[in-house]
Design a protein around this ligand. Sequence first.
Ligand SMILES: [Zn+2]
Length: 297
Amino acid sequence: MLFKILGTAAGGGFPQWNCACAGCNAARDGSVRRRLHACAALSATGEIWTLINAPPDIAAQIEQSQELTPGPGLRETRLRGVILTDAEMDHTIGLLVLREQSNLQIYATECVRKTLHDAFPIDGLLRNYASMTWSTIRCDQSFNIENGAISITPFIAGQKRPRYVEAIGEASSEWVIGLAIRDNDSGRSVLYAPAVEAWSSTLASVLEGSTIAFIDGTFWTEDEMSKLGIAKRTATECGHVPLSGTAGLIECVSSLKKRPPVHLVHINNTNPLLMQNHQCPLPKGISLASDGMLIEV
Ligand SMILES: [Zn+2]
């Protein structure tokens, strides 16, 4: 299986268009690398590809990836589907961008599917542009893609609803999922979870069984945004467990007896890890993912 990281930034990207924080300015002046929104693509053989999430800059991500270059037909793409890990705007707006492509298979949990039908009616808006086929996926129930070459098991990663449905969305345990993605030929697997609300025994066991992992690196500290005066919301209120601290993701991951190489994705532009000469210690085996990284699993 091929697994490609197309982008690694949290909502807003890096730099964010209206932000003049030190990090965004450093990305603008080229002293640190720019990052597109978090997104990944997977493929059994490189022949056809499935995206994980559809961020606003998906077209630019596809243009930057030779694996996804269109052709040889005039309007031919290798892209076949999109698996959504939640209904957040920065993971779904790209479906509107992909409207030129018909026959995309979209995989989403029931509450995400319903939200993209009612509150943010992407499927209705696209009806006259593209034929998208929707499949409902469930936590702990594996589904296959590419004729069974790859099997994917969603697991609960959080229950935070997108802000646009905070008042109207129904309670569900399947608002935010992570994915255990297994190549059925090699038996190896990738964990992809760009939003982790809290450490859990489920996450621990999926991590222990993975060959490589890409997990939530959104915030370094709980109060990062309020300290910068950007927003009052804490990391937890945004649906992300911070990386640092005693209950932080790094300590939890480090406590595992057996862990795969862990790469952080979905990094917010406020996260000091993005700065050069940052003072945020990352233990061996945990590192920042980079846009464009391609691995063979
Ligand atoms: Zn910024």
